[in-house]
Design a protein around this ligand. Sequence first.
Ligand code: PNW
Length: 488
Amino acid sequence: MGSTGREAEVARADFPDGFVFGVATSAYQIEGARREGGKGDNIWDVFTEDKERVLDRSNGDIAVDHYHRYREDIELMASLGFRAYRFSISWARIFPDGLGGKVNEQGVAFYNNLINFMIAKGIEPYATLYHWDLPNNLQKTLGGWISEKIVDYFALYAEACFANFGDRVKRWITINEPLQTSVNAYGIGVFAPGGCEGETARCYLAAHHQILAHAAAVDVYRRKFKAAQGGEVGLVVDCEWAEPFSEKAEDQIAAQRRIDFQLGWYLDPIYFGDYPESMRERVGNDLPTFSEKDKEFIRNKIDFVGLNHYTSRLIAHHQNPGDIYFYQVQQVERIEKWNTGQKIGERAASEWLFIVPWGLHKLLNYIAKKYDNPPIYITENGMDEEDDQSATLEQALNDTTRVGYFKGYLASVAQAIKDGVDVRGYFAWSFLDNFEWAMGYTKRFGIVYVDYKNGLARHPKASALWFSHFLKVIATVCIHHNNHRCAV
Ligand code: PNW
């Protein structure tokens, strides 16, 4: 413990044959083409019109222009050796006003082209239905995720996607990181649509309706599509590992509570039928209740857990932490240094992101134990560097810290698999540098560099080449041994 894990060596052969390696992105962060193809505005389009919302006053109007460059992007992905791609569908391209009346055929055509091209290049599509880009009309007319009506609109949208793309897409993700939408979008308001601090109950309502919407989408899939299409539907949750700051019982309990407030908030209702007891105790009446019918409905409506994991924190009990409401109510303090003064890990560019590979190993074991070893896909894992305007291209491509990050975290995944955790795939975040939400283009999470000053040209970073080598070494070995089972 305490080691950065950067020395860890890891090989493709440490993972089972069928293990999936891919890259991930999301629509608003890469597509651009805000007003093309009949797309309606979404909440990020509108939120970013207020320049103060984003650090560099930017937006995703053009982003990295993936809408027009998807062929080049998929070709690069395939040439690097990735065999899976997690992308998201922009709701407002399918239903521009979100109401689910008539599908926008141009939007369907775009994703058909994208999916067909992917498959032609040997890349399996993993599609996310909601990665934070709610049709603005649903925000304006209903209040978005605050309204229970959103559940029906989401189910209509999900159904349209299953009907149009489900013959080729076999892995679906309903919602990306409901926690971020609840806390950062509807609670604190640093993400679209922007909430207002103080209206504390909003985040619990947004969470509640996301859980119901997820279940409604899975229900539609199971009733109408599963038999013919044979795919699977999961939910993507994000969770930092919470390492107790000390041996003290109160810190041990606080760390458990911290995980309840990230992961249990979403997975406990689905696996066990209700919110964690630790949340009920602290949040009280602000936490909505599930009716018996709801409980029955949401129970086990999940085929796999998608886990987005970036970092870990030391957690101590604190009676009254001077923090935002959401942490105050948890009575936890999030700490970055051990009591020896040593940092939990090297920091990436984002102020919340410390490099702690061993945290993923612990978190995977935690999930397996708590939820009876469900199939898990790591749907995002990665780190960012600052957009350094003074760096040469050569310097910018030499992302050795990220190579170390991937080695350490992949070794941690391999370890968890050896422990018996049912991890089936891993997706690096992100394929491309992109619009990093409230941080705009100031942070670069890509394994492929995007040259914002030179026509958005793509250049693989050292980490992309490292990954490519990692993925291809096994192919060479297999061909050499004429072993068809592991040929890629
Ligand atoms: C994820 N945090 O969000 C998202 O799914 C991506 O769209 C995003 O680009 C990526 O992580 C990197 O930020 C998170 O503050 C945003 O702990 C913030 C946090 C976690 C995840």
